[in-house]
Design a protein around this ligand. Structure first.
Ligand SMILES: C[S@@+](CC[C@H](N)C(=O)[O-])C[C@H]1O[C@@H](n2cnc3c(N)ncnc32)[C@H](O)[C@@H]1O
Length: 281
């Protein structure tokens, strides 16, 4: 699939299940009161102790990362996409944490980011790695409006598109739209590993990978969910640390290769109905 296939509008708006109008005024002005209304952009200033890491991870795109940090700390807070308390931690907990994952992503490939929220990690990866074609998959209109505006303002429309809808819809190609597929499917803070695998493996090309940003519980999640992941066609989940020697702590990711293409997971209701038919035969 070329990157242009599903991109129709400014900022790469996809013709997904629900079109999003860039700059919808009702979205832009939906939260215009309260203390979060006038956040201080200075809170997004790169802390001096993180400057080396930021330069290492963003290189000559650091100015774009800084512009994104400011948008998150201002518009992102006003619109309720980032908690006000997160604003001073945008660089370490969000931008650097996500950018470190770029080392796990090969050159020039198609990345799908499931549940992007305010753009994490997908937009950060697109900033750090202009060689990647990135699709941000997010069902909530308030979030996709923000994403589309940020893509436009940062001039990332050539490599980033926004799909409004759920991962399951993106994978099946709802509303006559072609199914989306990526070489790598990323996700952070979206769901436990079994549900993530069910949503994300169908979005990966055969032998493509899910790269899930996880916390310290990664190993426990693998023990709990590896059987479910295998049933979904995934290989053995592996844990990797990203940004070792650059950020502290490094980012933990769980990777799952789509080793086998299996049919969609059957719901309990579907299993019951199938059981009923075979008994009647
Ligand atoms: C806790 S937020 C995390 C946002 C972002 N990844 C981050 O790390 O800040 C989870 C996001 O996943 C999205 N989401 C939930 N279910 C989804 C699905 N089935 N497909 C795509 N996105 C989904 C939600 O709308 C929400 O924006």
């Amino acid at each position: 699939m070329t990157h242009e296939d599903a991109a129709t509008g400014p900022g790469g708006t996809s013709p997904g299940p629900s079109a999003v109008r860039p700059g919808d005024p009702s979205e832009r002005f939906s939260r215009s009161s309260g203390t979060a209304d006038t956040p201080d952009p200075a809170v997004a200033t790169l802390p001096v102790e993180l400057a080396d890491a930021a330069r290492a991870l963003f290189g000559d795109r650091l100015d774009i990362a800084a512009a994104y940090a400011e948008l998150l700390a201002t518009d992102g807070v006003v619109r309720g996409l980032i908690g006000p308390r997160e604003a001073p931690r945008i660089w370490d907990r969000h931008l650097l944490n996500c950018a470190a994952v770029a080392e796990r992503i090969p050159e020039g490939i198609e990345v799908l980011d499931v549940g992007s929220g305010a753009g994490l990690p997908g937009l950060v990866l697109a900033i750090a790695r202009p060689d990647l074609a990135v699709t941000l998959i997010e069902p909530l209109a308030r979030r996709t409006s923000f994403l589309i505006e940020v893509v436009e303002r940062l001039g990332l429309g050539g490599s980033v598109r926004v799909f409004r809808g759920r991962a399951e819809e993106a994978a099946t190609g709802a509303n006559g739209m072609a199914p989306l597929r990526g070489d790598v499917v990323t996700a952070r803070a979206v769901a436990p590993l079994d549900r993530l695998a069910a949503w994300c493996l169908p979005l990966a090309v055969p032998n493509g990978r899910l790269v899930a940003l996880k916390g310290a519980s990664a190993a426990e999640e693998i023990v709990e969910h590896e059987a479910a992941v295998a049933k979904l066609g995934g290989g053995e989940p592996t844990v990797h640390l990203c940004g070792v020697g650059v950020i502290d702590p490094p980012t933990t990711v769980v990777e799952v290769v789509r080793e086998r293409v299996v049919g969609p997971a059957r719901t309990a209701a579907a299993k019951r109905s199938r059981g009923g038919r075979s008994r009647r035969r």
